[in-house]
Design a protein around this ligand. Structure first.
Ligand code: SF4
Ligand code: SF4
Length: 150
């Protein structure tokens, strides 16, 4: 994946949109769609399996399916395309455009107090940006691309 493609998956703060459950081109969406396809009409069987296999967990299949449908149909285009609806107080998206940088680590004010993040997210973003600065964006992406975000 080249730099421009990676940019669509890595937000300016460094968080990995590509592994976000809300990202429509994300891994979670893809795997959820595939699981949905593989399960087919399993709901019919799940009801039978409660008694047949004496397994009450199958009785929760409807709730599971509801969540799977949600994960399989996310709507976010990623931080480079639209505002993040998970972190509503985020200032980084507008700010990096004003500062004319792709990522915070490239900004002369980094690390700053203007992100709008809580302490936990701020620490995470600073750590990610320092690593990107150290090894470069493409190398950083290759380092984390198969790791879960959560
Ligand atoms: S912009 Fe926010 S909600 Fe959208 S994919 Fe990125 S982290 Fe997830
Ligand atoms: S001012 Fe802060 S939030 Fe804005 S781009 Fe620079 S480092 Fe990122």
């Amino acid at each position: 994946m080249d730099y421009e493609q990676i940019k669509l998956r890595l937000a300016p703060c460094g968080l990995h949109c590509g592994k976000c459950f809300a990202f429509k081109k994300g891994d979670i969406a893809e795997y959820s769609q595939r699981l949905k396809e593989s399960l087919g009409e399993f709901s019919i069987y799940a009801k039978r399996f409660v008694d047949l296999l004496d397994e009450p967990a199958f009785g929760k299949y409807t709730e599971f399916e509801e969540l799977l449908n949600l994960l399989a149909n996310p709507t976010c285009g990623g931080c480079r395309i639209e505002n993040c609806f998970l972190y509503k107080d985020c200032n980084v998206r507008d700010c990096h455009i004003n500062e004319k940088v792709d990522y915070c680590f490239e900004c002369s004010k980094f690390p700053c107090s203007e992100t709008g993040f809580d302490d936990h997210l701020l620490k995470r973003s600073i750590k990610i940006n320092r690593r990107m600065k150290e090894i470069g964006v493409v190398n950083y992406y290759n380092e984390i691309r198969n790791k879960p975000r959560y």
